[in-house]
Structures are given as structure tokens and as C-alpha cells.
Design a protein around this ligand. Structure first.
Ligand SMILES: CC(C)(COP(=O)(O)OP(=O)(O)OC[C@H]1O[C@@H](n2cnc3c(N)ncnc32)[C@H](O)[C@@H]1OP(=O)(O)O)[C@@H](O)C(=O)NCCC(=O)NCCS
Length: 138
């Protein structure tokens, strides 16, 4: 039976396929193959599906302090069946195992409520906020 599991290198082409789809739709940020392979080797990528990968998520661990939940994607026909939720929970469990202090995700306003279900908030401890800039733009 299909379930959420840790990705292996054999899943690489399926992952790249989903990634390309998400990037085309303007929902995911493109990532290099090397970057993705690193996360797979570290055990920080989770997928849904056996031979055909139908959902994925990455926990990009930047330090003990912070990790990013990224490239979350579930194929359209499979949505609203709890797969996205299972993927997020697998990544959050991994963050707990690695004793990461904070997990963030960058998303759009439309997904705020969805991520809120897991405890994600715009503010940390009700007073710290995340701020962004692109150094090449300033
Ligand atoms: C976000 C995404 C991963 C969710 O996957 P999923 O498998 O549908 O997730 P779940 O089944 O666990 O949750 C779906 C539930 O949340 C609800 N939901 C979906 N989008 C929502 C939103 N924007 N706000 C609030 N609730 C939402 C659905 O109605 C559904 O509820 P239901 O079960 O009562 O029908 C999926 O929609 C997706 O791949 N989207 C495109 C890629 C994307 O936007 N990724 C996030 C980039 S940061």
C-alpha cells in the first residue's frame, strides 16, 4: 500500500518530475539536482507513492537553529485526502528528531490557514517576525 516514506535516490526522477510541474505552475522554487540529492542522502526528503511519486516534501536543515519546510507538493487528483498533512507531519517529526529549534515555511496568503493547522504562525512567541530581502536587489 502506498504511504509516506523517506525518499531514496531511486525516487530522484519522480521527484524531479513533480518539482518541474510545481515550478511550471509557479508554486515551487526551482532547486538543483545536487541540492535535492543532498537532502535525500541526509534523510530529509519524504515522498508519497511507490514507483510513481505523487507527493513530496523537504526539510532543508540550515542549522540546529532553523530548518525550512519546502517543495511541498501533492498531485492534483490526490489532494484533500490527507497526504499533504502526512508529509508535513513526517517532516516535522524529522525536525524533532534532529532537535531543530525552529521550522519555517515560505508560502502564499492562500495557504496560511492550511499551514496554521500544524501550528505555523506568522509570529514566533507572538513578537518575533521573519523579514526578507534579496541582497542582489538592494
Ligand atoms: C498544499 C497541498 C500540499 C495540500 O495537500 P493535500 O494532500 O490536499 O493536503 P490535505 O489533504 O492534508 O489537506 C487538505 C485539506 O485542507 C483544506 N485546504 C486546502 N487548501 C487550503 C487552504 N488554502 N486553506 C485552508 N484549508 C485548505 C482542504 O479543503 C482539505 O480539507 P478537506 O480534507 O476537508 O477537504 C496541495 O494542495 C498542493 O500540493 N498544492 C500545490 C503546491 C503548493 O502550493 N505547495 C505549497 C507551497 S508552500
Amino acid at each position: 500500500m502506498e504511504s509516506v516514506r523517506r525518499a531514496t535516490q531511486k525516487d530522484m526522477s519522480g521527484i524531479m518530475g513533480l518539482m518541474a510541474k510545481g515550478v511550471r505552475e509557479g508554486l515551487l522554487v526551482r532547486r538543483t539536482k545536487a541540492d535535492i540529492l543532498d537532502d535525500i542522502r541526509d534523510g530529509d526528503c519524504f515522498v508519497f507513492g511507490d514507483r510513481r511519486i505523487r507527493g513530496m516534501v523537504f526539510l532543508a536543515v540550515y542549522s540546529r537553529k532553523i530548518a525550512e519546510l519546502r517543495s511541498l507538493y501533492v498531485e492534483e487528483p490526490l489532494r484533500s485526502r490527507g497526504v499533504g498533512g502526512m508529509l508535513v507531519n513526517a517532516a516535522l517529526e524529522r525536525a524533532r528528531q534532529k532537535k531543530v529549534m525552529e521550522v519555517m515555511t515560505i508560502t502564499n496568503r492562500a495557504k496560511e490557514r492550511w499551514f496554521g493547522r500544524f501550528g505555523f504562525k506568522e509570529e514566533l512567541n507572538d513578537f518575533r517576525v521573519a523579514m526578507f530581502l534579496r541582497p542582489t536587489d538592494t
